[in-house]
Design a protein around this ligand. Structure first.
Ligand code: NAD
Length: 424
């Protein structure tokens, strides 16, 4: 059971309050109000006539948190839990993630409250295009640029480009995460998981943990979790436990994650890691999706949902290093408790920033009419991540603080300075 949305919200406010304190502006109530609250909250209704002739009305959302440093940027999620409050937290995280990476963006997030599995592709196309019809004056290459998130991918981004371009002329830069044929960038799909693995490697080096043969557990074997697993295995780690929404599998000697990816995503023979247990060597299969969180491992990567590690279960976490692949997987109280036990947490706004960084390259590519090679994308991705990582380590050492506190200090400082420069 995940923490409540209000607990996740309070956690983010707690991280921001700490940054205000470190920056010496804890008493500046005007700045705090501006940085904590979004610029704009949008809610739209999307009517759809189903195949049986019945009409259903879906709810779409977009929250635009802060655009001081550039256009709003962030994912579009299709999931039953999408609402304004979820979107508000995730939009705010995007502001801080973009600022930490020094990308010229603010933060946005949104989605449609639905389970994509309940709709046919042609219905999803109508829904996505209606969302754009209702939202087109509030998004755009210089206003707000959506990207894939849970439940959306290349297909939905292509529909957004189509609907938006019908109004404004060809505009591939309106969304990132598109198919390469439509102005997408090589390596975007792999970017977040690859970045998670890269940052994990730097964190192990910093913490004196050997990655060679280190044991890793991953909750969520989707885009982020599976790519992180593949890269960490290539770096010598053993992926001993993985899960998805249907359950978990584990193997002490290490799971064959390449085979898992083949069955789930290349051949699409199975829907869940649990079904793959028929094909690959495993020690155990369970229906407990949370199992990796509490596995006896060196490194834990929560890569599914928000708020999965909270005050009621934090004592069961055994990993020494926790790298946040998902957004906000750890509540403030749990974070403090992990810190008190000497466990190390690498925050989401650093760990999973590879995706938005490559989205930025895609946007630049579209605005300039260029097409980058995959090698160039990875070279630049590593360069941008490393620069942010080095700055984070410098601040962490200066303040003798946690990785998260250092990350928020840098991010809030950058947004605050630009807001003061521009005047508000
Ligand atoms: P995805 O839809 O590809 O995969 C999500 C995975 O989590 C799936 O395997 C799903 O079965 C699993 N899952 C869902 N509920 C679960 C549960 N209760 N227990 C265990 N597993 C569960 O999504 P994704 O793109 O991999 O995103 C995962 C997380 O990473 C999200 O929090 C997302 O916001 C964050 N994130 C994604 C990106 C990106 O570029 N895709 C970038 C930054 C952050």
């Amino acid at each position: 059971m995940e923490a409540s949305i209000s607990t996740i919200h309070e956690s983010l406010e707690g991280y921001l309050d700490k940054a205000f304190e470190m920056l010496g502006c804890a008493e500046d109530s005007r700045l705090k109000v501006l940085l904590k609250n979004p610029d704009r909250r949008i809610e739209v209704e999307i009517p759809l006539i189903r195949e049986n002739g019945q009409m259903t009305v879906l709810h779409g959302y977009r929250v635009q948190h802060n655009s001081a440093r550039g256009p709003f940027k962030g994912g579009l999620r299709y999931h039953p839990s999408v609402d304004l409050e979820h979107s508000e937290i995730l939009a705010s995280l995007m502001t801080w993630k973009s600022a930490l990476l020094n990308l010229p963006y603010g933060g946005g997030k949104g989605g449609i409250q639905l389970n994509p599995k309940d709709f046919k592709p042609q219905e999803l196309e109508v829904i996505t295009k209606r969302y754009v019809e209702k939202m087109h004056m509030l998004i755009g290459p210089r206003i707000d640029i959506p990207a894939p998130d849970m439940g959306t991918g290349e297909r939905e981004m292509s529909w957004i480009v189509d609907a938006y371009s019908k109004i404004y002329g060809h505009q591939p830069a309106v969304a990132t995460g598109k198919n390469v044929q439509l102005g997408g960038i090589e390596g975007r799909r792999e970017a977040t998981g690859r970045g998670v693995a890269t940052v994990t490697a730097w964190a192990t080096e910093e913490e004196g943990i050997s990655l060679e043969n280190a044991t890793v557990a991953i909750q969520g074997f989707g885009n982020v979790g599976s790519e992180a697993a593949l890269h960490l295995k290539d770096m010598g780690a053993r992926i001993v436990s993985v899960s998805d929404v249907r359950g978990a599998i584990s193997r002490r000697e290490g799971l064959d994650v390449k085979q898992l990816v083949k069955f789930l995503y290349e051949r699409r023979e199975y829907d869940s890691v649990v079904d793959c247990a028929r094909e690959i060597a495993c020690d155990s299969v369970s229906e407990n999706s949370e199992a990796p969180l509490f596995h006896e491992v060196d490194i834990l990567i929560p890569a599914a949902l928000e708020g999965v590690i909270h005050s009621d279960n934090v004592d069961q976490v055994k990993a020494r290093l926790i790298v946040e692949g998902a957004n906000s997987p750890i509540t403030l109280q749990a974070d403090r408790s992990l810190d008190a036990k000497g466990k190390v947490v690498i925050p989401d706004i650093m760990a999973n920033a590879g995706g938005v960084t490559v989205s930025y390259f895609e946007w630049c590519q579209n605005l300039q009419g260029l097409q980058w090679e995959r090698d160039q994308v990875y070279l630049e991705l590593d360069r941008w991540l490393k620069r942010a990582w080095d700055q984070l380590i410098k601040v962490k050492k200066k303040f003798k603080c946690s990785y998260r506190e250092a990350a928020y200090y840098i991010a809030v400082d950058r947004v605050k300075s630009v807001m003061e420069m521009r005047g508000f």
